[in-house]
Write a protein that binds this ligand. Structure first.
Ligand code: FAD
Length: 487
């Protein structure tokens, strides 16, 4: 018998959509092209059988706070999110480093004259955190429930998403800290979206923190799959879906794919105007990843940096802005912005003996075929002399190769579409219900829909809620917690 709901793709959003539909009592089937589910949530032993590396997402600031995961309750399912005391660090040449402690007081104390400015920026965001998170992780089609959120966002975007950003702080540390967070948007800077991302992720660093799951990101995918299966759902792996008509008997089909993937699956079935809109969707710069197996902690010049889960290597605020804008324009820099994650900083069990994984990626032009191993290693070595000598094994994945690994990352764009202001809100096309498509019963649920990239499950959850309402007449949200009730 045909399932009620088919989901194509098993990333965090595909699985969140599947779980939401299964918890509403529907028969759900997920089809995934890879041999294991998870999309951006896979962890694998790459070099040593006891050392698991996160292949894509490693750090999860949004997992403890997203409305979907709050309700799903990862902790109750045995997924431990371990937040390091220092959420992120930003070293400078010569050994100086700015540190974002979870403790706001400690952070401000190290920022000298900019300490009060950092506190003035973060305090109201922390006070209105629930409202801010719920709005930014929504479809953003209505007003925030907390009336303080829009003025806060407007002020923050004006101050940090315009050329004024370069003048907000007196010293280099605070500006670089915020620019490093804003750079997670992977695009030209400063912009309103880079500022909104900085406000969201920046204040979470002083709240629930920037955690890594004990044992690796795959633990989150495993918990989602376990819940799906426990509620009668099924995951079919090793199946690349090439034509949507394969599922014509299902009442709803949710696609964890981007516009390009949708065109490949259903192009001839779509109205020409909608097809044109999908074709005009823009992709942003790429990520080029390097996985290292190392024989000890990274020898950062400032040892405090080693206590941080995430490290941003990009120089001063102006240097970050310049590099990121150049890369967005297709011009690779000699020194790309690099993110480094040492999961053992929060989860010592990730290693085996002295061996430990190090995860890093550089921002590069979309589709760049260059092997990132040399530039990424050199950038880390500059801030951690002797790092190269600790490297036991390494593997580079260019931006072009990332797309071969997962077709959603077009040209290595891990945000599944440029995060311009227009595309941040109107992903993938301007529609009142961004998940609906012109095809009856067919919905998009990937991070190419609002609220966009990252592991929060909200694109999938909101797309499924839309399908439940329209295709099955189910208006109320299904319970997601392990106990079956609403939290
Ligand atoms: C290197 C890297 C580092 C990242 N780091 C972080 C991080 O630290 N924190 C964070 O929050 N986010 C991070 N991200 C982003 C995060 O992984 C994504 O935003 C998130 O995974 C998007 O989820 P999704 O479900 O929309 O799509 P994906 O996770 O991309 O999943 C889509 C799935 O659909 C499958 N699929 C596609 N087409 C088909 C088809 N035709 N048939 C069958 N299956 C198909 C794919 O194989 C894939 O499994 C990172 C991404 C990358 C690549």
């Amino acid at each position: 018998m045909a399932p009620d709901v088919v989901v194509v793709g098993s990333g965090p959003n595909g699985l969140a959509a599947a779980v939401t539909a299964a918890r509403a009592g529907l028969a759900v089937e997920v089809h995934e092209l890879a041999d294991d589910p998870g999309g951006g949530l896979r962890s694998r032993a790459l070099f040593h059988p006891d050392v698991r590396h996160d292949i894509c997402a490693a750090v999860h600031p949004m997992a403890p706070v997203s409305p979907f995961f709050r309700e799903f309750d990862l902790a109750a399912r045995g997924v431990e999110l371990l937040a390091p005391e220092i959420s992120y660090a930003h070293p400078f040449p010569g050994g100086r480093a700015a540190l974002a402690h979870r403790d706001l007081d400690e952070t401000c104390a190290r920022l000298g004259a900019d300490g009060p400015r950092w506190r003035a920026l973060m305090t109201p965001l922390l006070e209105h955190s629930r409202g801010l998170v719920d709005f930014l992780l929504s479809a953003q089609r209505g007003l925030p429930a907390d009336p303080a959120v829009l003025p806060l966002l407007a002020r923050g975007v004006l101050a940090h998403g315009t050329p004024l950003a370069a003048r907000r702080f007196a010293g280099e540390e605070a500006g670089a800290l915020l620019a490093g967070v804003a750079a997670h948007v992977v695009g030209a800077m400063p912009t309103p979206t880079s500022a909104a991302v900085a406000l969201l992720l920046g204040h979470l660093a002083h709240g629930a923190g920037w955690p890594v799951p004990r044992g690796g990101s795959a633990r989150i995918a495993e918990a989602l799959v376990a819940d799906l299966v426990a509620h009668g759902g099924k995951v079919v792996t090793g199946h690349r879906v090439t034509d949507l008509r394969e599922f014509r008997d299902a009442r709803a089909v949710l696609l964890d794919v981007g516009p390009r993937g949708f065109l490949a699956l259903a192009g001839p079935l779509l109205p020409e105007r909608y097809r044109r809109r999908l074709r005009s969707y823009r992709y942003g710069p790429g990520a080029a990843k390097v996985d290292f197996l190392v024989s000890g902690p990274i020898p950062w010049t400032d040892p405090e940096v080693g206590r941080a889960g995430t490290v941003h290597l990009g120089g001063t605020l102006r240097e970050v802005f310049r590099q990121e804008t150049a890369v967005a324009g297709g011009r690779p820099g000699t020194e790309p912005f690099v993110l480094v994650v040492d999961p053992c900083a929060a989860d010592p069990d990730r290693g085996a003996g002295d061996l430990r994984p190090v995860w890093a990626y550089a921002h590069v032009p979309n589709g760049d075929p260059a092997d990132p191993v040399a530039p990424v290693t050199a950038r880390i070595e500059r801030h951690a002399p002797g790092f190269t000598d600790t490297v036991v094994a390494r593997q580079g994945t260019s931006a072009a190769a990332l797309e071969r690994y997962n077709p959603n990352y077009v040209g290595g764009d891990i945000a599944a579409g440029a995060m311009t202001l227009r595309q941040a809100v109107f992903r993938p096309t301007p529609r009142l219900d961004p998940y609906r498509t012109p095809l009856a019963g067919v919905y998009l649920c990937s991070s190419a829909t609002p609220p966009g990239p990252g592991v929060h499950g909200m694109c999938g959850h909101l797309a499924a809620r839309s399908a439940l309402r329209r295709e099955f007449g189910l208006r109320s949200a299904p319970p997601l917690s392990p106990g079956g009730g609403h939290r």
